[in-house]
Design a protein around this ligand. Structure first.
Ligand code: ADP
Ligand code: MG
Length: 357
């Protein structure tokens, strides 16, 4: 509403000032004019009985009127410029945006205030968001296509080999085919979770449960793989009843343990669940190598992978931590990542432990 105020105030002020200055100029000007006429040309002043002004009087009336009109025109032009320049700019750029040029931005005139500058600002914010969304979408499409291509190519190659009799139909080959199909299935599920979360439609099956049991189950399931990677799990789990979707929490923990297996150095893998102050907190800490500070801000974004991971482990998709964050957000919580005491990384999900609180 202060914007509303801004423009109205400007118009009222300008018109009031205009009238005031015209009145002052007319009154003082008339005194001066007649003062001069009395002194230097008293014969040319119209007599009390006459209706028509004399020549010099006509001159005075005409010139003062013209002066007032010129002043009013100047004020109106200046005022309308402050309004029209931003308005035309917005209209013009709106047309460009509607024709697909998302880089279009509006500009105001000098001294643009109130609603006019708000309009320009809002328009530019909108255009910026549109542009960012479009580029994000293009990035997503390219990344998804890229991630799907590898497993599909592998599957096709092996199936083709089988069909042409190059490969023998051995159980080992079928197991590798199955692994590729499972990888594809996992990728599609991750994409679905992240996509649903982005549009705010990731629904949860919230229940009050002892999450510690689920965590033990997941760790037992991955135990041999973790051991093979030289990781020794150390559990410190609160046994409280916690509100959450246990299936989704298992999925998030699985992604975190999978990351420890792929990216962490051999050592202890601390898995902590605590429930204090109404906040549930699930944390996984490893002993190294840690994440570069400049990469921390982006690790939770989809398809963002470390240089190491990209070159050494092409099987990852960069969706694991995006899924973790999506699950945290769906629980009205947060996912975070910070250096751990052991020189590695702590990944943490925190969410309200009870829905009523
Ligand atoms: N425990 C960890 N230690 C060091 N780096 C990690 C760890 N977990 C994840 N990262 C880094 O974060 C990136 C993103 O992880 P993620 O989203 O799961 O993708 P992916 O595992 O498919 O590469 C990884 O590529 C890796 O560089
Ligand atoms: Mg991962």
């Amino acid at each position: 509403m202060s914007g509303m105020h801004g423009l109205r105030r400007q118009i009222v002020l300008a018109v009031a000032l205009l009238v005031l200055s015209v009145m002052v100029a007319t009154v003082i000007g008339s005194y001066v004019f007649y003062g001069l006429m009395f002194t230097y040309a008293p014969d040319h002043i119209s007599n009390p009985g006459e209706w028509l002004p004399t020549g010099p009087e006509w001159g005075w009336i005409l010139s003062s009127t013209l002066g007032a009109v010129a002043l009013a025109a100047a004020v109106a032009i200046k005022l309308s410029q402050r309004l029209l320049v931003p308005l035309t700019s917005v209209a013009e750029n709106l047309r460009r945006v509607s024709q697909g040029d998302l880089a279009a931005r509006a500009t105001g005139a000098d001294g643009t205030v109130g609603e006019a500058s708000l309009l320009v600002e809002d328009f530019n914010t909108m255009a910026e968001r549109l542009e960012r969304m479009a580029s994000e979408q293009a990035f997503w499409n390219a990344a998804i296509a890229h991630e799907l291509r590898t497993p599909v190519t592998v599957l096709r190659g092996r199936l083709q080999g089988l069909a042409e009799g190059v490969f023998l139909p051995e159980p080992k080959l079928f197991r590798s085919l199955l692994a590729q199909a499972e990888h594809l299935g996992g990728l599609i599920e991750d994409l679905r979770v992240v996509g649903l979360a982005d549009s705010g439609h990731l629904s949860l099956r919230l229940e009050r449960c002892r999450l510690a049991d689920d965590i033990r189950g997941v760790v037992a399931l991955l135990g041999p793989d973790l051991q093979a990677a030289g990781l020794a799990p150390a559990l410190d789990l609160a046994e409280d009843e916690i509100d959450c979707d246990p299936g989704r929490m298992r999925q998030a923990l699985l992604a975190l343990l999978e990351n420890a297996r792929c990216h962490a150095l051999p050592g202890t893998l601390r898995i902590v669940l605590d429930c204090a102050g109404g906040q549930a907190r699930l944390a996984v800490s490893d002993d190294g190598p840690g994440i570069a500070p400049e990469a921390v801000a982006k690790v939770f974004e989809a398809f963002q992978r470390g240089e190491e991971a990209r070159t050494r482990r092409p099987s990852g998709s960069g969706l694991g931590l995006a899924v973790v964050r999506a699950i945290a957000h769906a629980h009205s919580g947060q996912a975070a990542c910070r250096p751990s005491a052991g020189g590695g990384t702590t990944f943490e999900i925190a969410w309200p432990a009870s829905r009523g609180a």
